[in-house]
Design a binder for this molecule. Sequence first.
Ligand SMILES: C[S@@+](CC[C@H](N)C(=O)[O-])C[C@H]1O[C@@H](n2cnc3c(N)ncnc32)[C@H](O)[C@@H]1O
Length: 268
Amino acid sequence: MPSSNPLRRFVETTRGRQIRKYEHYYDVYHRHLSKFRGRKIVVVEFGVHMGGSAQMWREYFGADVMIYGIDITPECKRWETPWFKVFVGDQSDRAFLAEIAAEIGPIDVLIEDGGHRPEQQIATFEIFYPKVKPGGVFLIEDLHTSYWPSYDGGYQRPGTFMEYAKPLTDQLNAFHSREPRFAVDRFTRSTTSMHFYDSIVVFEKARVDKPRRLDGGRPGWERRPDTDVLLSRRSLLRTEAVRAGRRAAPLVRRALRRARALGIRGRD
Ligand SMILES: C[S@@+](CC[C@H](N)C(=O)[O-])C[C@H]1O[C@@H](n2cnc3c(N)ncnc32)[C@H](O)[C@@H]1O
């Protein structure tokens, strides 16, 4: 039976240029990118290779898409079309990245599938993430290289993209911080979600404001207005008893001191 995922269908039937990817990538792409289909959008893909993925994206997103590809291999220029512009250069070179980012302008979808080395992935993220529009998606793939020694990777090895990405999950929650060292930043204000898959991280962008409550219904327990904590009636009584005990303690101590001064002793 043909797949309901148009990207899978494309790969299974294409007679065009070569595409090589893990099978589950197509479902991840479709889950996060289907909302862009048929729209006038700008797509950037690091890693052009044989040009097969650019053909797939054009088929998937439709005739209004403009795709920019970046690759270190000069031969990739030959895949250029009116809807596909190729920049040749090294993804590790931040000056090159800044130059093409300025030329491309605001981006709807960025797919990072280039050299897969950590310094390339991090440089690309730092320069291009701010260029992705609110509502846009930044998807980075082949992150299994974060675990491969041949790519300076390893389990929880500092410097890999996976180790770079993990603290960003804290940054998503920074509005709830109670510590000055953990503060809301540009990432917090512009990222709605991060999605971790095998070998892929997807970042979804939109303007994010301080979270507000939206409550409904009637409470089943009494509410403590000072802390906004819901307590059961029993624990509320227990708390009141402890508070009353604390209030009474100095009085009791004073009474005991007086009794001792008057020579009054209790039972031993
Ligand atoms: C996995 S392939 C891309 C595959 C393509 N996206 C597809 O799905 O058909 C990776 C590409 O990254 C390119 N590449 C490797 N190192 C690079 C670098 N430092 N800067 C830019 N591109 C690089 C390679 O030339 C290669 O074409």
